[in-house]
Design a binder for this molecule. Structure first.
Ligand code: CTP
Ligand code: MG
Length: 227
């Protein structure tokens, strides 16, 4: 059973600010993208890790990847996350894996447990995502200032990456959406193609770096790792 990982890193990190895209900034002295790639390298069952990057970020990426073994040469992503994932999937087609994990570069704290569960869930169900119960109550806005009723929190989950799939399933689901690339995760692509997506337990420490405040939290998490 061959398992490859696509790490999508082709975004520009607008919400995080700062001149350098967030995946190339350091946390605890190591670039976010390097941390993310290293989290997968050497995990049992992983064959290759493929970064998908913006074509203008090649020099930053080469610097960040220096000396890492098991990482494939990066491929260029697209204008949306969905387009970037598809570029990664197409790049694996010449020597296809059985299972593919699709992960955001912006989640550097992915654990070995999550990687193992993602692989197992894809083998069992064909398509699977890590999911967490919500802590906040969700409301719909009736207009800009007033809240209406919200859905029952017990039925809701917040979904993370790595999302895991049988490679042939997710490749054909992505190909079916050519021309409409507005979906923000791969579970939605699989669902749009008619597949059922299983949920397995996510990890609260597997946070996504999105805003400047998230770098503060990430530095704290990185410091804890070293102690
Ligand atoms: N991503 C990508 N290609 C894109 C857009 C996003 O590969 N065209 C990647 C990002 O690099 C990130 C992941 O998808 O690792 C999740 O996206 P997000 O957190 O939204 O990152 P950005 O799009 O870079 O940030 P922002 O939306 O704030 O600009
Ligand atoms: Mg984005």
């Amino acid at each position: 059973m061959r398992t490859d990982v696509i790490v999508v890193a082709a975004g520009s990190g607008q919400r995080a600010g700062d001149g350098i895209p967030k995946q190339f900034r350091t946390v605890g002295g190591r670039a976010v993208l390097r941390r993310t790639l290293e989290a997968f390298l050497g995990q049992p069952g992983i064959r290759h890790v493929l970064p998908v990057i913006h074509p203008d970020h090649g020099a930053w990426c080469a610097e960040v990847m220096a000396g890492l073994e098991g990482v494939l040469p990066p491929v260029s992503g697209g204008a949306t996350r969905q387009a970037s994932v598809r570029a990664g999937l197409e790049a694996l087609a010449a020597d296809p894996p059985d299972v593919v994990l699709i992960h955001d570069a912006a989640r550097p704290f992915v654990s070995a447990r999550l990687v193992a569960d993602a692989i197992a869930a894809a083998r069992l169900h064909g398509a699977a995502v890590p999911a967490l119960a919500l802590v906040d109550t969700i409301k719909a806005l009736t207009n800009n200032d007033f809240v209406g009723s919200g859905p029952d929190r017990n039925s809701l989950r917040s979904v993370q990456t790595p999302q895991s799939f049988r490679y042939d399933l997710i490749l054909s689901a992505h190909r079916a959406r050519i021309g409409t690339d507005d979906l923000t995760d791969d579970a939605a692509v699989a669902e749009a193609a008619g597949h059922r997506v299983a949920a397995f337990p996510g990890d609260p420490t597997n946070t996504k770096i999105t805003t400047p405040e998230d770098f503060v939290t990430a530095e704290r998490n990185a410091a804890l790792e070293l102690t």
